[in-house]
Design a protein around this ligand. Structure first.
Ligand SMILES: [Zn+2]
Length: 92
């Protein structure tokens, strides 16, 4: 329970600051995961200046492949540059 509460708090923290997050070009979700060569994955969000930020404070991005993001909401995967932000018009 404590952990869940903490995660929720952290997530709210991310939501509350003015940082804009980029979304999946397919399903517009703002959460992704990245993988390392051990097959581990961590959940991240991407700010509109293409910074990859782990949702869990304790996570370390070291050793993770940040060139490919995997969407949590659909089967999309790709680079941060192909994410959609608030400034861009939707193509569909
Ligand atoms: Zn998606």
């Amino acid at each position: 329970m404590f952990v869940l509460y903490r995660e929720k708090f952290r997530f709210n923290e991310l939501n509350n600051n003015k940082m804009k997050k980029l979304g999946c070009p397919q399903c517009v979700i703002h959460r992704f995961f990245v993988k390392n060569d051990k097959g581990e994955s961590i959940v991240v969000v991407v700010s509109d200046d293409y910074k990859i930020i782990p949702i869990h404070e304790s996570d370390n991005l070291e050793g993770f492949d940040l060139t490919i993001l995997y969407c949590l909401g659909c089967s999309w995967s790709g680079s941060v540059k192909s994410l959609t932000g608030g400034k861009h018009k939707k193509k569909y």
